[in-house]
Write a protein that binds this ligand. Structure first.
Ligand SMILES: C[S@@+](CC[C@H](N)C(=O)[O-])C[C@H]1O[C@@H](n2cnc3c(N)ncnc32)[C@H](O)[C@@H]1O
Length: 434
């Protein structure tokens, strides 16, 4: 097969422009994009310029807005393309918005990561020092936020061919992104255009290509999903056994990534681009648009790994079962402990600590150990291990420790009362020595 000629971003865009000029002449489409700051509303190729400080018209025009205004400017500003003014209202009127980005209270002065070349993966992120479970690795605002589905509003002429339609959609989508890019500060614009583009050969323009390669899902507004492209976090490569957990904080318009296990200095920091619990074939399909042929241990041995991942994906809420077991002295003390510990080990061996299932099993183990502590089989210290880990995972979602403790105490009390009854019944049944 002949090697593909690598085109520069400028070449791709020039080529799109030539095609689009022909299309615009043919279909009499008007182009009036504007580069002004403030925000611009537009549908398709026509935009209305709205001066800074004035509300967006209450219609379905696109809204360009630089956010968040006047809060934690050192953390950077985000160029947002929103589907309509209702989406902007939903974003900025959210209670508590805007807020400063979360930072580690006692974080060491040095940055916990470095961006370096990773063999066969391009650039990537590695730990600059040993990182511990729960450490905040990065807290960053995106450079740009855009809707995840292709934005265009072209009204088709009956005579347009599917190819012409596709070209027009790519071109319009690129132009919409270009307006946002032109509104960015020069250094942010440069950082954006330096990011990797895995969509150089499918007709997509460079700005959209970079967004499709690098955007993480951030939030939904008015039912539309949005993606954010980051200067540093977008350099993180994919793994089917990621060592980070990520959360997007709407109030500060920033994403946090935490270590979900110990990460050694120099080790690569990874994230998931697709659901790690899905089977190998589904992961492979989802990773194809990124040009990734994953060679992680799970992808190299899918027969074994698919079985394990399927089992983990079936982990359900077992709190009612734990309460029942705790209150039934006829059931053995170790009925739930062994299987739960085995499941936790399986997840750790498979590197799935970032999954919801891991959190769930930690919680189950906390409840099981709290019952066993009351029954008198175990020391409090066993229970504490799981309790601390679970609370730490809750704080990743910026849930306060207090809120996490309230949930934990409510469930622990239920299990505790059941276990108390169990030990009373057991004591009554015990043969008397005298
Ligand atoms: C979001 S970027 C990640 C940073 C990128 N490596 C760079 O140089 O900027 C996604 C691209 O990185 C590469 N990549 C990410 N994870 C990979 C993996 N596990 N194996 C091989 N390539 C990977 C692919 O080229 C993919 O399209």
């Amino acid at each position: 097969m002949a090697a593909k000629v690598e085109k520069t971003n400028e070449e791709i865009f020039r080529q799109m422009e030539e095609t689009s000029i022909k299309l615009m002449e043919e279909f009499k489409i008007q182009d009036s994009t504007s580069k002004s700051r403030g925000y611009i509303c537009g549908g398709g190729f026509t935009y209305k310029l709205v001066p800074v400080g004035q509300p967006a018209p209450d219609d379905d025009s696109l809204v360009y807005t630089t956010q968040p205004q006047g809060c934690d400017p050192e953390a950077g500003m985000v160029e947002c393309v929103l589907q309509n003014s209702a989406a902007k209202k939903e974003l900025v009127e959210y209670p508590g918005y805007p807020a400063p980005i979360p930072r580690e209270a006692d974080s060491p002065a040095s940055c916990p990561y470095r961006i370096v070349e990773i063999p066969s993966k391009g650039l990537g992120m590695v730990a600059a020092r040993d990182l511990h479970f729960g450490e905040l690795i990065i807290s960053e605002r995106p450079l740009m936020i855009t809707p995840q589905r292709t934005i265009h509003s072209i009204k088709w002429m009956d005579s347009a061919t599917p190819r012409q339609k596709q070209e027009a959609v790519y071109f319009e989508s690129e132009k919409i992104h270009k307006v946002a890019l032109e509104r960015m500060e020069p250094e942010d614009k440069e950082a954006y255009m330096q990011l990797y583009n895995s969509h150089k050969h499918d007709g997509s323009g460079p700005i959209v290509g970079i967004s499709r390669t690098n955007a993480y899902g951030v939030f939904a507004l008015q039912g539309d999903e949005y993606g954010g492209v980051f200067k540093d976090a977008s350099r993180i490569n994919h793994s089917c056994s990621p060592n980070t957990f990520r959360h997007f904080d709407r109030l500060s318009l920033s994403m946090q990534m935490y270590a979900v296990r110990e990460i050694k200095e120099g080790e690569e920091i990874t994230a998931h681009y697709c659901d790690p619990l899905s089977p190998y074939a589904a992961r492979r399909k989802a990773l194809k648009p990124y040009g990734i042929r994953c060679d992680c241990p799970a992808c190299l041995n899918p027969a074994k790994s698919d079985k394990i991942r399927y089992r983990i994906s079936c982990v359900k809420d077992a709190i009612p079962a734990i309460v029942k077991w705790a209150g039934n002295p006829k059931l053995p003390d170790d009925l739930l402990l062994g299987p739960s510990l085995e499941l936790l080990k399986l997840m750790e061996d498979e590197g799935l600590q970032a999954s919801k299932a891991y959190e769930r099993v930690l919680y189950h183990l906390f409840l099981i150990y709290s019952a066993l502590t009351i029954i008198g089989t175990y020391e409090l210290s066993e229970m504490n291990i799981y309790q601390h880990k679970w609370i730490q995972l809750q704080t990743f979602r910026l849930c306060t420790r207090e809120d996490a403790c309230v949930q934990l105490l409510t469930d622990a009390m239920q299990v505790g009362f059941a276990a108390q009854r169990r030990s009373e019944v057991t004591m009554k049944d015990e043969p008397k020595c005298d």
